[in-house]
Design a protein around this ligand. Structure first.
Ligand SMILES: Nc1ncnc2c1ncn2[C@@H]1O[C@H](COP(=O)(O)OP(=O)(O)OP(=O)(O)O)[C@@H](O)[C@H]1O
Length: 324
C-alpha cells in the first residue's frame, strides 16, 4: 500500500503537487491520470524519495521510502525506460542493479523471462527498440519482487502485441496482491487495464474512484435507438421528456439524458417498433476530458484554470460539479 497525506511540492511559484491525500491499495491496478503537467511524475518522485516534499508525506507500508532497509524489495519503479547504459547488455544492466541492491542474482534470469527478453538479454541495451527498453525497465522494477509497482508511462512504444502483453502482466501482478500504479495518457488502454483511478489536475485530487464509477458518474446517460419507422412525434415525445435527441443520417437516434427504460416506455406509448435500444456509456477518454477540462487548460503554454471536482459516492477531494 502506498499512502499520500497532504503531499505538496512547490518549485518556486509552481505548485506541482498540492495537498494530495489518497491511498493506493494492493490487489488492483490503479490508473494515475492527469493532463500534462498535472503532477503525476512529481508525485512518483516524491513517493520514491527522489524529491523532497514541501509539506505532507508519502509512506510505503507505513514507512517513508528513505527508511526502507531494502527499497527495491518494497517498491519497483519505472520512470524513464531510456535511462540505461547503452553499452551494457540487458542482463548486465539487471545484474548490476541486483548486486548494488543486495538482491539474489537468480532474480535476473527470472525477470528476464517474465518480460520476454531472455532471448536478447546478451545484446547491448543501446540497440534495443523503445518497446524492448520498456520491457527492460519493467524487469528492473520487478527485480526485488516488490509489493508496490510505480510505472510511469510503461506502455509507450510497445506494439499492439506488447501492449496486450503488458496489460496481462499488470493484471497478473495485481492479482498476486501487489499495488500496481500505472500512469499513462493512453486512455483506451487504461480503460482495459485499470480497476481504480486516481485523477489529478494541477497537482490536486480530482477523483479517487473505481473505473466503473468514474465511467458511470460523469456523463449523462445516452441511448442509441433504432425504430422501424421513427416518427417526428416519437422524437418530439423524447424531447418533451427532457432528452436531447440527435438524428443520425441512417435514422438512428442518439438520445441523451434519459435511460434506456424511459426511452423504451416512451417508444411503447408512441407505438414504435424498436430494433435497437442500446445504453452507451462515455469512454474513459470522453469522461477524463470532461472531468479535467477545467482542471488544466493550456492557452499556448499557459495553464489557465482551476481543477474541477470529483465523483459522487467516492473518496474525493470535492463534490463533483460536472455536467450532470
Ligand atoms: N524540477 C522542476 N522544476 C520546476 N518545475 C517543475 C520541475 N518538475 C516539474 N515541474 C513542474 O511541475 C508541474 C508538474 O509536472 P509533472 O512532470 O509532475 O507533471 P506530469 O503530470 O507528470 O506531466 P506529464 O503528463 O506531461 O508527464 C509542471 O508544471 C512542471 O512544469
Amino acid at each position: 500500500m502506498l499512502e499520500l497525506r497532504g503531499l505538496t511540492k512547490r518549485y518556486g511559484a509552481t505548485v506541482a503537487v498540492d495537498d494530495l491525500t489518497c491511498v493506493f491499495e494492493p490487489g488492483r491496478v490503479t490508473g494515475f491520470l492527469g493532463p500534462n503537467g498535472a503532477g503525476k511524475t512529481t508525485t512518483m518522485l516524491l513517493a520514491l524519495g527522489l524529491q523532497r516534499a514541501t509539506a505532507g508525506w508519502a509512506r510505503v507500508g507505513g514507512r517513508s521510502y528513505a527508511d526502507l532497509p531494502t527499497p527495491m524489495r518494497e517498491v519497483g519503479a519505472l520512470l524513464d525506460a531510456q535511462a540505461i547504459h547503452p553499452n551494457r547488455s540487458g542482463r548486465a544492466h539487471l545484474s548490476a542493479l541486483a548486486a548494488s541492491n543486495r538482491l539474489p542474482g537468480r532474480r535476473v534470469g527470472e525477470v528476464l523471462e517474465r518480460v520476454g527478453l531472455d532471448a536478447v538479454a546478451g545484446r547491448r541495451a543501446g540497440t534495443y527498440s523503445l518497446g524492448m527498453k520498456q520491457r527492460l525497465g519493467i524487469a528492473a522494477a520487478l527485480l526485488g519482487d516488490p509489493g508496490i509497482l510505480l510505472l510511469d508511462e510503461p506502455i509507450n512504444g510497445l506494439d499492439p502485441n506488447g501492449i496486450a502483453w503488458a496489460r496481462g502482466l499488470l493484471r497478473e501482478l495485481a492479482a498476486e496482491g501487489r499495488t500496481v500504479i500505472l500512469s499513462s495518457h493512453l486512455m483506451s488502454e487504461m480503460e482495459l487495464t485499470a480497476d481504480h483511478l486516481v485523477v489529478i489536475g494541477r497537482g490536486r485530487l480530482i477523483a479517487d474512484t473505481s473505473l466503473a464509477s468514474f465511467l458511470a458518474g460523469a456523463l449523462p446517460p445516452q441511448v442509441l435507438v433504432r425504430a422501424e419507422t421513427p416518427t417526428p412525434a416519437f422524437v418530439a415525445a423524447l424531447r418533451s421528456a427532457g432528452a436531447e435527441v440527435r438524428v443520425d443520417p441512417d435514422e438512428a437516434l442518439l438520445v441523451s439524458g434519459l435511460d434506456a427504460g424511459r426511452v423504451g416506455r416512451i417508444a411503447f406509448a408512441e407505438r414504435m417498433v424498436l430494433t435497437e435500444l442500446t445504453p452507451r456509456r462515455g469512454s474513459l477518454e470522453e469522461v477524463f476530458m470532461s472531468v479535467t477540462a477545467e482542471a488544466v487548460e493550456f492557452s499556448g503554454a499557459r495553464i489557465v484554470a482551476e481543477p474541477r471536482s470529483a465523483m459522487p459516492g467516492e473518496t474525493v477531494a470535492h463534490t463533483f460539479g460536472g455536467r450532470r
